[in-house]
Design a protein around this ligand. Structure first.
Ligand code: 13P
Length: 287
């Protein structure tokens, strides 16, 4: 995760990070990345891990990624539970996230430093969050009134202490669909990036415009998270198939319709974030 996001930040592109929901979506995101010769981040929310298991998820990602020519990261998205974070690092996740952003600065940093030790112990990447991103993620709700945009000076202190692969911060985006036009603070993204020199994870990717993505990526967003959009395509492609072919009860054809729809969506985002043709170039740089 760390060298990959550095490469993205230094070269003005972002790596797409999708919250997988099952084996088929995992396979579709890696396939889409391969078709575009792009890196990709398969990420999991805690509730997905609780529903399946560490073992199942690692086996899916290994199956689709181990012979893949493109870089694939298995990342843990927003996690509040340090024991679970360590279990993921032990089980095969190549990057972990601590989200202690609801705590005051010092306590957030203290928790994040504990996870820093875990990341070092297992040799995996790490993301941590400062400021509070609006919306619902993994059943945690942050109202507009409670959301706090990240202060650039605090961000510097936080990042200097943690040496992160990715820094999650609140810059005006929100998890879930936007009710109105999102007000993204591009100057804040720039200020945070200038001070922290750390690749930024842009959360709340669903519903942002192409222009917003381009401006955020140009200012240091090196990882862009997409979750809600995938959930909608996953359900809608199933329903649409059944409505179009109400007498077809062959699960493999219905599943394939979902797979193709999700893959097309992944393609769109990977290209939009500038990931196309970055995969083999990055692998060559790693040596
Ligand atoms: P969306 O659900 O808005 O795409 O946000 C995803 C995200 O940021 C996951 O952490």
């Amino acid at each position: 995760m760390k060298p990959l996001l550095r490469d993205a930040m230094d070269n003005g592109y972002a790596v797409a990070a999708f919250n997988l929901v099952d084996y088929n979506t995992t396979k579709a995101m890696v396939k889409a990345a391969e078709e575009l010769n792009a890196p990709v981040i398969c990420q999991t929310s805690s509730k997905t891990i609780k529903y399946f298991s560490h073992k199942e998820i690692v086996s899916w990602v290994r199956t689709v990624a181990e012979d893949s020519p493109v870089p694939v990261v298995l990342h843990l998205d927003h996690c509040h539970d340090i024991a679970m974070i360590e279990e993921c690092a032990k089980a095969g996740w190549t990057s972990i996230m601590i989200d202690a952003s609801e705590l005051p600065f010092e306590q957030n940093l203290e928790q994040s430093l504990k996870v820093r030790e875990i990341a070092e112990k297992y040799g995996v990447g790490m993301e941590a969050e400062l400021g509070q991103i609006m919306g619902v993620e993994d059943d945690m709700v942050v109202d507009e009134a409670d959301s706090v945009l990240t202060d650039p000076e605090d961000a510097k202190r936080f990042c200097d202490a943690l040496d992160l692969s990715a820094f999650a911060c609140a810059v005006g985006t929100a998890h879930g669909y936007y009710k109105g036009e999102p007000v993204v603070d591009f100057d804040r993204i720039q200020a945070i990036n200038t001070l922290t020199k750390t690749p930024m994870a842009l959360h709340g990717g669903t519903g942002l415009s192409d222009e917003t993505f381009a401006k955020a990526i140009a200012r240091g967003a090196a990882k862009v998270n997409i979750s809600t959009n995938l959930k909608h395509v996953w359900v809608k492609s199933f329903v649409d198939y059944h409505l179009a072919k109400p007498t077809d009860f062959e699960p493999l054809r219905v599943g394939d319709a979902q797979y193709q729809a999700c893959k097309a969506m992944f393609h769109g985002f990977i290209e939009k974030f500038g990931g196309k043709d970055r995969g083999s170039a990055f692998v060559a740089k790693l040596g």
